[in-house]
Design a protein around this ligand. Structure first.
Ligand code: SF4
Length: 137
């Protein structure tokens, strides 16, 4: 995988919020299970802290951001770090498409939350494939 094809996934750090937990869970699903070879998770917290390697990872790759609310912290921070946001997701919008999965819980998501995260992760994996010219990673 060349660096130019790498896609970074940046979930917001909405700790204490159900949608923030969905965003992180979806990011793990993509980077650990669905597309481990072509994606990299960059935690929002490291970008906020100004971590050099996290900023460098974002600056030279395309990013998919996942935000837990309208403040869109992950999207804003990627832009501020010099990254290109290829696609930005808001968990609430995703939930509107999958109303059957009602997320609850914070530290431990309920089954609906897990299913919503998995549905979101599948969408993100498809976007990653598109960005990479249709190849699975
Ligand atoms: S986007 Fe919303 S939920 Fe996520 S870290 Fe920012 S304020 Fe919190």
């Amino acid at each position: 995988m060349s660096d130019s094809r790498r896609v970074v996934i940046v979930p917001c750090s909405g700790i204490g919020k159900t949608y923030g937990s969905v965003s992180r869970e979806a990011a793990y699903d993509v980077t650990e299970d669905l597309r481990p070879g072509t994606t990299q998770l960059v935690p929002l917290s490291l970008l906020v802290l100004g971590d050099e390697s996290a900023r460098a990872s974002v600056a030279d790759a395309r990013a998919i951001t996942i935000d837990g609310c309208k403040l869109a912290c992950a999207t804003k921070m990627v832009k501020e770090s010099g990254g290109e946001v290829a696609k930005d997701y808001a968990v609430l919008d995703v939930y509107r498409r999958y109303k059957q999965f009602k997320p609850q819980g914070i530290a431990e998501l309920n089954e609906g939350g897990q299913q919503l995260a998995q549905a979101l992760a599948q969408e993100i994996a498809a976007v990653v494939d598109d960005l990479q010219g249709g190849q699975h990673g």
